[in-house]
Design a protein around this ligand. Sequence first.
Ligand code: GLN
Length: 528
Amino acid sequence: MSKFIIITGGVVSSLGKGISGASIGKLLQLHGLKVNMIKCDPYINVDPGTMSPYQHGEVFVTTDGAEADLDLGHYERFLDVEMTKANTNTAGSIYQTVIDKERRGEYLGATVQVIPHITNEIKKRFCAFEKDFDVSIIEIGGTVGDIESLPFLEAARQLIQEKGPENVINIHVTLIPYIAVAQELKTKPSQHSVNKLRELGIQPSMLICRTEKPLSVGLRNKLSLFCSVPTTHVIECADAKSIYEVPRNFYKQQLDKRVLELLHLKPKHKVDEKWFKFFDKALHPTKMVKIAIAGKYSELQDAYKSVNEALRHAGMNNNAKVQITYINTEKDDVVAKLKEVDGVLIPGGFGTRGIEGKIETVRYAREHKLPFLGICVGMQCAVIEAARNLCGLKKANSTEFDPKTKYPVVDLTPQQKNVVYKGGTMRLGNYTADLKKGSLAHKLYGKTHIVERHRHRYELNPDYVKQLEKVGLLVTGWHEGVLPEIVERKDHPYFIAGQFHPEFGSRPQRPHPLFDGLVKASLKHQKK
Ligand code: GLN
């Protein structure tokens, strides 16, 4: 039977509950336990796939095609466990399941209510990994006190009652704000949020305190007294230079030991500290490389979370700090900004805004032999650029940006043309691709058959492949021989783009080959 850790958040959002949860999971994993993680988001959207990055940041895609919260990315990168649809739940998806069941008449005449029907469905989802994992860590999004999260917290309360406090615990992540004028850290907001939890019938077993300044013994005692948590279970979580330092910070405070005690769990073996040491190297890089991300959300780093991480992983692998510059392709002078960098990446994107700047980015990278990696819309822009500037197909475009274009070099498949519902209907999740022998793609991956995650509606129009190849834009990856997956140029040190999202598969210790290739090529470009 699995043990459960329910992670809640207090005072404000954006406290890094995801990273705290993933760090706890990592520590338990280092003790040899099998750990999985579940995210619960209290909003009504069935999934975040229809939300703007301004609302939600990046949409993370699982191998089985769920569009999910970006915390699932942290979970994958920390635990190296592949997330699935069962790892992500929203209030919308839970209500949808319950309402569908009601329409099928499965409640046999009952009045369908939040308690027990919604809470039962939530508990069922909390227990999705009960059989196969030693510990399930469940993160409840939002802040305690929000109306939306109440059913999730009620389900957590019930789970604690049903399975017992030795099997289910709550860890509350909270903020200890620093008041500069008074030069004091304040515990009151945390006291209030713990009181709120208690009103709902949940007593946290541990507090993780986000703070800018170290917590004094006095402060720990105060939190302990007011929140009914032993001082040893008041954990400081200071801002770290790298998110991968958080597990070690917790380890130093014996968080893992306390959690094992609380849950009556025995470690399978001694903690293997190699994992911590791996990241020390990352703190002292010997090289620096500047890479631009050319997209629409330059001011919103969360929009490109996995891309940033993938660049960092590739940097670590090459002993280099990757300095990321954001280019806003709608507003910035693209060429001026590109002159300052050693390589450029165009991440995924939707809609017309900023597209012309991305096409200009491709042209510059191609002409100036600047290392270039295109992701999804980045590949589509590479195709449009070649069609317009090399094939002479004036105003060639994707039908996403110009539905009436004379040269639809990127277009919807007939299947996508019939789509009415926008949610969950893109080409999502894992698809295979076969790579051409001897291509750059083949060299980078070291194999000819790959599987990558997708999230898009439009495709390179196969009718134009011949023309594109004639001008040097080679299609070197195909899905089942019908859908182009990778394009690259031979006359360029590093010009490659994929219809998929390689960033989701990158791991700290296993950087994705396309990102690794970009960093290596950018370091070489710098030397010139
Ligand atoms: N907007 C493009 C499409 O739907 C690309 C999507 C993406 O970059 N993820 O095909």
